[in-house]
Design a protein around this ligand. Structure first.
Ligand code: ADP
Ligand code: MG
Length: 730
């Protein structure tokens, strides 16, 4: 029996209510496995605790001797919880998380066995890094990199089966200091944003001494039965189905979105949520999504670097817990053609250490001017660096979403809602085109006072915008579901840093000429609105009209990854990153190279899988059916029946034969196209070849015939689970 029928059979014997462990009150388990500041207080000396806190709050370096004390405290806490191993936990550019477990256990020179965890082991480790992508950065030096403790993200205990491991969040860098992960550049970008934002905050409030970026992500995903997934080599290897005919019922009824969560999925959710709570991931919402078998979860927002860690952890935990439930989680942006893909909205804002959300309209004219300042600067940042934002979300998987009419387009635009659009255009068209003394009164009254009450009720929900203002935060909606949020967050924060720095300089130069501060600020805001208004769009982002309009406005629309990535290495990008100390030029070039390589590999694997499936599954099933038809036709013929009695069979036979030919010859040509692409030495050119001469030239065509065969061939012979089975059987 084929894996397909096995999976269908097993499904009916699968325990329907795999009870999750989620019975305890959330507050009783929340942070149970996290070395929080409260726990640190208990396990650390005064000196060690103070040092840790000032490192978390102010980024101060921790002395080696103090590090050893902290390591001891961490070890004592972890051992009480049954932990035997520790690992430096990091986020390499492969897109997953990485660990290398070491035990506390060690043998001293005199032969005594002890458990030990010293400061050196806490601060720095040297994983065997040669297999992580480095874009050639390490090749020129040594194939070595090291992980360095990031005290701003708390240590935690990961429970895997019976095993428990103390995980130390780290950044991953080369011996010569180049970043090799997602976290290091993010921390630098946030620091740049902090410095620039604090300076601007001082126009309004001298008490602000720190500005942090906040992030609340919304994770979409699919869940399907593990047996079904295992019977689909494409899902196993690429995370998406490269073939599959549309089911009679897709998502047109949208009944899944409004329906209750199916029992098996629900048990899984409760279970993974419990694991998340123990790790301090503040999950709050869970619900069905539009597509069948698609769901979403979202936490309460957190400081960006912690939120990034938590999302990476969540993805890891979900996969592990799913196995307990014999389920498979699909994080891919487009696991099933013809059905909505998955995204990961990044809700982003900035918060001061005085407790102010800088994108929340204030109650007084002064706080509203502050809101307006950060609001308009964000729009300007997105306008100026939209190409980099686009590049930050580019991936082979996300190419399937952006541009398809279900996700925001590859054109980066900003939606602000009717009310704020009016506010902006009012400011822009202020009589005389310039703010002066008389305007001060106007600005204090009508624009400012009216914002807060109206705003929250009036923010229209525009689901088609890639970057939407949603009342007190911006929502970057074009991020792919499998992405590491650090990529878009790094770009957004560094773009913000640069824009705010320029803003400060612009305002100061007007003040120097003797203008009042508020007037100077309004003048620059007005100037920025004029300069960046072409990125504002309130309409339907999915419509053709917008694509034409955007082209007229000169907004870039780059649908594919290899070309979208060009933005990473322009002079503008290099200047932005270097002047804000986020990436050096070699680091940027290396990242660009890594992203191109990732793209090439993804498409390469998909192309191979297509060939494998065609030859080992599709054509054999079709040939079997051909034979069955032939036997039937010959039998009827021999019985002396007229041709009209087997005309239909002949027709099917002809179609099946044609599609077999088509699949076979195209798969052959696909192999040739790959060979040609593989011979290209320039990585960018190779990626473009994979995109055009491999993917675009063949994938849809081959799929067309395969999907036709699926609908023609006897169901009994078909070995790959069908869409209707994967998506609807529960
Ligand atoms: P919706 O997208 O349906 O409006 P919410 O308004 O509840 O849902 O918010 C979605 C996400 O945005 C949540 O993760 C929430 O925590 C996050 N969020 C809310 N305020 C902020 C903020 N100031 N900064 C970053 N994220 C935020
Ligand atoms: Mg949302």
């Amino acid at each position: 029996m084929s894996l397909r029928f096995n999976a269908i059979n097993n499904l009916s014997t699968e325990p329907k209510d795999v009870v999750g462990s989620g019975t305890a009150k959330i507050t009783a388990i929340f942070n149970e496995n996290v070395f929080t500041q409260t726990v640190a207080r208990q396990y650390l000396s005064d000196e060690a605790y103070k040092s840790l806190i000032s490192s978390i709050k102010g980024g101060k370096k921790i002395e080696r001797s103090v590090a050893s004390q902290i390591a001891n405290g961490l070890k004592a806490w972890a051992e009480e919880k049954g932990v035997t191993h520790f690992t430096h936990w990091f986020q390499p550019l492969t897109g997953t998380t990485a660990e290398k477990h070491d035990s506390f256990f060690t043998i001293k020179s005199d032969g005594t066995a002890i458990e030990e965890f010293d400061g050196a082991a806490l601060i720095q480790q040297e994983p065997d890094a040669s297999s992580f992508p480095s874009g050639g950065l390490r090749a020129t030096f040594e194939a070595r990199g090291y992980t360095a403790w990031d005290p701003s993200s708390p240590a935690f205990i990961m429970e895997i089966g019976q095993g428990k491991t103390l995980c130390i969040p780290t950044i991953f860098i080369s011996y010569t200091g180049e970043s090799l992960d997602y976290k290091a550049p993010l921390l630098k970008a946030v620091e740049a944003m902090n410095n620039a934002a604090v300076d601007v905050c001082h126009y309004f409030d001298k008490n602000v001494s720190k500005v942090t970026a906040t992030l609340g992500w919304e994770q979409e995903y699919f869940i399907i039965d593990e047996g079904m997934a295992n019977a689909r080599p494409d899902l196993v290897q690429c995370g998406r189905t490269v073939f599959g005919a549309s089911p009679a019922k897709g998502q047109q009824l949208e009944d899944h979105y409004f329906g209750s969560i199916p029992e098996r999925s629900y048990a899984f959710m409760r279970d993974f949520e419990t694991e998340c709570y123990k790790l301090g991931i503040p999950l709050r919402t869970r619900h069905n999504e539009v597509a069948p078998a698609q769901f979403e979860c979202a936490p309460i927002f957190e400081e960006v670097s912690v939120a990034v860690d938590h999302n990476a952890l969540l993805m890891d935990i979900m996969e592990r817990v799913a196995r307990r439930h014999k389920l498979k989680v699909l994080m891919h942006e487009k696991p099933f053609a013809g059905i909505n893909g998955s995204g990961k909205h990044n809700n982003w804002s900035m918060a001061t250490d005085t407790g102010v959300n800088l994108l929340s309209p204030g109650k007084t004219p002064k706080t509203n001017l502050m809101f307006l300042t950060f609001f308009v600067n964000t729009i300007k940042a997105v306008h100026d660096y939209s190409d980099l934002l686009r590049a930050s979300i580019a991936s082979a998987g996300n190419d399937h979403r952006l541009g398809a009419n279900e996700a925001p387009p590859a054109i980066i635009s900003v939606f602000v809602g009717k009310y704020l659009a009016k506010v902006l255009s009012d400011i822009e068209t202020r009589v005389g085109g310039k703010f002066d003394e008389q305007d001060e009164a106007i600005l204090k009254l009508d624009i400012h006072r009216s914002i807060p009450e109206l705003l929250l009720d009036n923010t229209d929900r525009n689901r088609t915008s890639p970057f939407a203002f949603t009342g007190n935060k911006f929502e970057f909606r074009a991020v792919g579901s499998s992405a590491n949020c650090a990529s878009p967050m790094t770009v957004l924060n560094v773009a913000m840093a640069q824009t705010l720095k320029t803003f400060k300089a612009d305002v100061d130069s007007i003040i120097t000429k003797g203008e009042k501060k508020e007037i100077a600020i309004m003048q620059v805001i007005q100037k920025y609105i004029v300069e960046s208004k072409k990125v504002l769009f309130e309409g339907d982002g999915y419509s053709d009209a917008w694509h034409q309009e955007a082209a007229k406005r000169g907004l870039p629309n780059i649908p594919t990854t290899p070309l979208a990535l060009d933005a990473m290495v322009t002079d503008k990008a290099k200047h932005l990153y270097e002047s804000n100390k986020v990436y050096t030029h070699p680091e940027l070039e290396a990242r660009h190279e890594i992203e191109l390589e990732k793209y090439i590999k993804k498409v390469q694997i998909e192309a191979r899988i297509m060939g494998d499936l065609a030859l080992n599954h599709i054509i054999p099933a079709a040939v079997k059916y051909q034979n069955k038809l032939l036997t039937n036709i010959n039998g009827l013929k021999n019985a002396g029946l007229p041709e009209s009695s087997y005309a239909s069979q002949l027709d099917i036979l002809t179609k099946v034969s044609q599609h077999i030919q088509s699949v076979y010859t195209k798969c052959d040509a696909l192999v040739e196209a790959r060979k040609v692409a593989n011979a290209i030495t320039d990585t960018r050119e190779m990626a473009i070849a994979y995109c055009t001469t491999v993917k675009e030239a063949f994938f849809d065509d081959i799929r067309y015939s395969v999907d036709k065969l699926e609908s023609l061939v006897d169901d009994e012979y078909w070995t790959l689970p069908k869409y209707r089975e994967m998506l609807f059987l529960k």
